[in-house]
Design a protein around this ligand. Structure first.
Ligand code: HEM
Ligand code: MG
Length: 330
């Protein structure tokens, strides 16, 4: 079975992470990047394998070391994506598109498509990536980034800050309602959208500054160039869990939405009562397992089942006060 996930690091201090041991290097032929500016940056600095193929343990260590993400959130994200985007037989995942480097695939309907795969984890109304309906859900989109910058100028005095995040998150949802006939905004995307809007406030701001104000210049460095700014210091790791949760809650609360989607035409947003709402963390977990993972792996056997069960257990360990579900038996 796959190894257990790494625990929290001993050293959570603010420190230089754009250091001599982790130089930025431009993409080489075949290197993969995807929809996550955090992981893209870590790969381009060698905190992750530079080719963009990684194990969950490598991802957890990289986001802890490079950005001070807390162990619980890192473990949750690493295994949620591993279960739907990675190869459970080889324990490898692409941080972007599908790759032969993740090894021989398990039987269909498994996808093993990497983080670019739409509607298992990646979803609509991203800040700097277009909706899947428009053709490219993973590349940096300059038009959207210009909007991000305009909002930062209008609401954040030149910075992406909490107010910018609240307004731009809501605006991107309204934009998808108005432009994307297939817009989908149900769990898990309903959660990840708010959390990802919070991440730049906590992780892309230098830990010595730590004021939740991300300049457009530094945002460009991360989102477009996949590069730490010069002399970049990571955040204080003892603070990031609370900061992320509080910011995500504030962003949601500024303009609360109900989960739902358009019905095949624009401007037809309809509430979906089956989706977990923002406060239903255990339903997020249960529905992810039953409605997203199980359809990809309806009847796993042998090593596949053993590995899926292990990864499901690691995912469950990151949810407190929920009841574990065992789709493949205990
Ligand atoms: C978006 C995965 C950690 C920052 C995404 C997306 C995926 C992803 C699949 C695309 C979702 C979408 O917008 O449709 C992961 C995984 C992580 C991780 C598996 C492992 C722990 C991080 C970290 C940061 C970060 C540490 C910040 C340092 C972001 C941001 C977005 C994003 C800001 C939104 C991009 C946008 O809306 O344009 N991530 N991520 N992520 N991630 Fe990560
Ligand atoms: Mg997206």
């Amino acid at each position: 079975p796959p190894p257990s996930p790494p625990g929290p690091p001993n050293d959570t201090s603010v420190k230089l992470v754009n250091d001599a041991a982790h130089p930025f290097m431009p993409l080489q032929d075949g290197d993969i990047r995807g929809p996550c500016p955090g992981l893209n940056t870590l790969a381009s600095h060698g905190y992750l394998p530079r080719n963009g193929i990684a194990t969950p343990a490598q991802i957890i260590n990289a986001v802890q070391d490079g950005f001070s993400m807390d162990n619980g959130l890192a473990t949750l994200l690493a295994y949620a994506t591993m279960l739907v985007d990675g190869n459970p037989l080889t324990n490898l995942m692409s941080i972007g598109g599908k790759s032969p480097l993740t090894g021989m695939d398990p039987p269909q309907p498994a996808i093993v498509g990497g983080l670019d795969t739409h509607a298992v984890f990646e979803g609509d109304a991203s800040m700097t990536r277009a909706d899947f309906f428009f053709g490219d859900n993973h590349s940096f989109n300059q038009t959207l980034f210009n909007q991000f910058a305009n909002f930062s100028n209008q609401f954040g005095d030149g910075n992406y800050n909490l107010t910018t995040a609240e307004e731009y998150r809501f605006f991107r949802i309204q934009q998808s309602i108005a432009e994307n006939p297939q817009f989908s905004f149900i769990s898990p995307r309903f959660f990840t959208a708010y959390f990802e809007s919070a991440f730049p406030l906590v992780f892309f701001v230098d830990g010595r500054q730590a004021d939740g104000q991300l300049s457009v210049e530094n945002a460009t460095s991360f989102f477009r160039d996949m590069q730490f700014p010069d002399d970049f210091h990571r955040a204080d790791g003892s603070q990031t869990a609370d900061l992320v949760n509080n910011a995500a809650t504030a962003i949601f609360s500024a303009h609360p939405m109900q989960p739902g989607g358009n019905n095949g035409t624009v401007n037809s947003y309809t509430f979906d009562p089956n989706s977990a709402n923002f406060t239903e963390g255990c339903k997020l977990y249960t529905d992810f397992v039953n409605n997203v993972v199980v359809p990809l792996y309806p009847t796993p056997q042998g090593a596949l089942k053993v590995n899926l069960n292990a990864n499901l257990g690691f995912l469950f360990s990151t949810f407190s006060n929920c009841t574990q579900v065992f789709p493949y038996g205990q």
